[in-house]
Write a protein that binds this ligand. Structure first.
Ligand code: RP5
Length: 171
């Protein structure tokens, strides 16, 4: 993955996936996979809150005008990217705490989840990029009945899978 923006084949990006470093991608690609499963177009950018501060602020300020509906931001350690983006965009920001070598991602989680009142970040679990992708799908689906129907089908499939596991256990 390069630092250049990569639009998905599905068309104009509706979701922005941002991360502090390309080293976050092995965790963050699960968000992209979830968006792919639902055919929601996205872009991917490396935007370090500390090393690329001006580019990061510019991205956040322009995100809504460029047609994005939600931003997924992942970072590890002193993970300021999701909160900084949330401070400059009116869009919903979903924060993904990326676990690094030390502290098991608790540092990332606390850096992202403890936002001051007025600057919300919807924080998923440590390494929970798939749920971040699914949450972004739900945000887009709120104004897209066809996508909402597909989310309902997906939820029904989860119910079916869980029920089947119970059946197998009792068999
Ligand atoms: C954070 O520092 C990034 O989000 C990444 O999780 C971590 C390490 O970055 P690199 O040193 O691998 O570029 O800002």
């Amino acid at each position: 993955m390069s630092e250049a923006s990569q639009a998905s084949p599905a068309g104009r990006p509706l979701v922005g996936i941002a991360m502090g470093s390309d080293s976050d991608w092995p965790v963050m690609e699960a968000a992209a996979q979830a968006l792919d499963e639902f055919g929601v177009a996205y872009e991917v950018n490396v935007l370090s809150a500390h090393r690329m501060v001006h580019a990061m602020v510019e991205y956040g300020e322009q995100a809504a005008d460029r047609g994005l509906k939600a931003v997924i931001a992942g970072a590890g350690g002193a993970a300021h990217l999701p909160g900084m983006l949330a401070s400059v965009t009116p869009l919903p920001v979903i924060g993904v705490p990326v676990p690094l070598k030390y502290l098991d991602g608790m540092d990332s989680l606390l850096s992202i989840v403890q936002m001051p009142a007025g600057v919300p970040v919807a924080t998923v679990s440590i390494g929970g990029a798939r749920n971040a992708g699914l949450l972004a799908v739900r945000i887009v689906a709120a104004h897209d009945p066809e996508l909402l129907a597909r989310m309902k089908e997906f939820q029904a499939s989860l119910t079916e899978q869980a029920t089947e596991k119970g059946r197998r256990l009792r068999a």
